[in-house]
Design a protein around this ligand. Sequence first.
Ligand code: HEC
Length: 144
Amino acid sequence: MKKFAVLGILALLIFSCQQEPAAPKKKQGWTPELDQPSELALIMRDMNSEALNRKAKLENGELDPTLSETLFDMLTAHPTKPHMKGEGFEPYAKSFIGIYNQIQSAEDVSTQIKAHNNMVDACVACHTQFCDGPISRIEKLYIK
Ligand code: HEC
């Protein structure tokens, strides 16, 4: 039993990059500090759900005009742990934003599907360096 408690605490400490986020807990009066997602984690969650919606639309043959309002703050947002935005984060983020802009400028569905899949490549590229926990989840965003 003790072993499991220790493992649980470790899992909490390393948080989002190592494990899939747990199912939402029941609301309690007190939320431990460690459960608060960072600014960067919130942007990531937004991008992930935006990408899921876009995928559904594109698979339905519709262009998706949605433009993220938070993604462009990725460069300044605070991460859960400083090392998550180590050296080299900025070039990945800038190249990601460039690719994201191609999604917005796509004028037909097949062009937007290509741009969307390029974006997923860019998500995975940065995650390989800085946060490999969510990669299998990110790969589900590809449109085949
Ligand atoms: C420039 C690097 C970079 C790019 C590009 C990037 N991520 Fe992330 N992502 C991170 C880092 C670093 C974290 C950890 C953030 C933290 O915990 O503060 C993260 C965290 C996440 C998380 C976990 C958030 C949570 O609940 O804690 C998800 C899901 C995620 N990213 C999805 C994506 C998706 C989808 C894309 C592409 C649309 C993407 N990321 C693009 C660096 C990146």
